[in-house]
Design a protein. Structure first.
Length: 384
């Protein structure tokens, strides 16, 4: 198991929470509210909401757009399934678009080819920590009046034209799961500049109640109905709140992010030095005007060394939806939505030749050198 760089700072904050006796955030929470403010300052977004996991953050992000049942959301063919399941769970239909074979990131052409009159949004994943080509993607979205969700779970601090990813689309989501750049074991974040998106995100993640609003937004009031008092659940929602225990760890982790990122960059230098001239191995492709911050370093390798296996529509639940012609929630699939092999040929072909090296900031540089050398050795053997 990797070390995760937790220390006295996390322990001190956790002790404070436990001694206070208040482990849930209540309205704001001492640590969750502070984390939301500090994350917003770090990222450069006005409204930030702590959520209990990255998958719930993704679902909240889709729900925050106010879409209708059966609306289509374009998703990358190759990405963790946490990206497309949340689309299903809010009653929408995931439509998979092909990717750039150099990065497995959704391509502007792939998006354009999937747009129909029911398309409302595009979900862009900055996969591996590589910023997506956002100029081209935003241009397609603007032409077709689509909302853009940025999934930044793997890309804390990666930049596009000097702006951090998560500040370009309409709403961004992040994961704080154990393996991520910063972590509380589990956790997630929503970030936006749009007060309406933020309000919908609060209602959805707080059982329809607005009392998590901060940043000076006015709260609706609940009038009695037929003379009976109401609690004030203004919309459908889940309880996806972040706890104070998570907030306490995250305040400490966020302060360490610059140091963690610097360590990751050194590990990336080792990989690129060791593997820069190996036959059959290609280093990460980085789009112009972007700066990655790798979570896993992507390598294009001979098929025998590839281990990437995240084409969502090949998974069992999508195969069931293909047979029944309904989503898992019973929403009918239009004829043109297909979840079958061959749908996104670039993703299918390219994924066979992708491998990744975990560049966790806790990795010892010598271990990283050795891991890279192991790949080099295997690739050398294959090339004869
Ligand atoms: C790109 C991406 N999106 C979403 C998630 C979901 O996050 P979580 O595991 O916190 O639910 C992950 C987690 O691995 C991820 O890598």
């Amino acid at each position: 198991m990797p070390q995760r760089c937790f220390g006295e700072e996390e322990l001190a904050n956790l002790r404070e929470v436990i001694e206070s006796g208040e482990l849930w955030r209540g309205v704001r929470g001492k640590f969750v509210g502070r984390f939301e403010d500090e994350f917003g300052q770090w990222l450069g977004r006005k409204y930030v909401l702590g959520i209990c996991s990255g998958t719930c953050a993704e679902e909240t992000a889709v729900a925050s757009l106010g879409l209708e049942l059966g609306d289509e959301v374009i998703c990358p063919a190759s990405a963790p399934i946490f990206v497309s399941f949340p689309v299903i769970s809010v009653g929408c239909v995931p439509v998979f678009a092909d990717v750039d074979p150099r990065t497995l990131i959704i391509s502007p052409e792939g998006i354009e080819a999937r747009i129909t009159e029911r398309t409302r949004a595009v979900l862009v994943v900055h996969l591996w920590g590589t910023p997506a080509p956002m100029d081209e993607i935003m241009a397609v979205a603007q032409r077709h009046n689509l909302k853009v969700i940025e999934d930044c779970a793997q890309a804390y601090g990666a930049c596009h034209r000097g702006r951090k990813v998560g500040t370009i689309g309409d709403v961004a989501c992040f994961s704080l799961q154990q393996s991520k750049h910063i972590t509380a074991g589990e956790g997630g974040i929503i970030a936006t500049d749009d007060p309406e998106i933020y309000k919908r995100a609060v209602l959805f993640s707080n059982v329809g109640m607005p009392w998590l609003y901060q940043y000076g937004l006015e709260q609706p009031t609940s009038e009695p109905l037929n003379g009976l008092r109401r609690r004030g659940h203004f919309a459908f929602g889940h309880n996806y709140r972040m706890s104070e225990l998570q907030g306490a760890v995250m305040v400490a982790q966020l302060a360490k992010l610059p140091e963690f990122n610097a360590r990751r960059k050194k590990l990336v230098e080792i990989i690129e030095t060791e593997l820069g001239d190996v036959p059959g191995v290609e280093l990460a492709h980085v789009y112009p005007n972007t700066e990655p911050n790798f979570w896993i370093y992507p390598l294009r390798v001979p098929e025998a060394l590839g281990d990437y296996a995240e084409i969502n529509y090949l998974e069992a639940e999508f195969q069931k939806m293909q047979r029944t012609r309904r989503t898992s929630l019973g929403i009918p699939l239009p004829d043109y939505v297909q979840y079958k092999p061959g749908e996104c040929p670039q993703a299918e072909a390219a994924s066979k030749g992708f491998g990744g090296i975990d560049v966790s900031h806790a990795t010892d540089p010598e271990d990283m050198r050795q891991a890279a050398r192991n790949i080099r050795e295997k690739a050398d053997k294959l090339s004869g």
